[in-house]
Write a protein of this length. Sequence first.
Length: 123
Amino acid sequence: MILLDYQDRRPIYEQIVERFQLLIIQGVLEADSQVPSVRKLAMELSINPNTIQRAYGELERQGFLYSIRGKGNFVSPNPDIVEKKREVYFEGLRKLIAQGRNLGISKELLLAQAEKFYEEGAV
């Protein structure tokens, strides 16, 4: 379900947050479905439970999860989640385009590369 990349420079909790966001947005995790407990996921990933707790806290803060005391954490039925994630994506894209402009990358080259990457299904 969740795979971590230990070569990635980002903190582990950020990777967990990103993976859960994608699973929720893609519909793999449905609204109101329960996510693994902190302890269970920590054992599966062989990491500190505090890391999972931090990731779940961030997901809850962003509206992807909600918690019920004594029951666990569940996927939020919030329909605005996908739109929120798109906004974050486009804000990141805005920053990348600004960086490209500062490097002197033309609009034509940028669009050509974007189309190429999109068609390749680049990761």
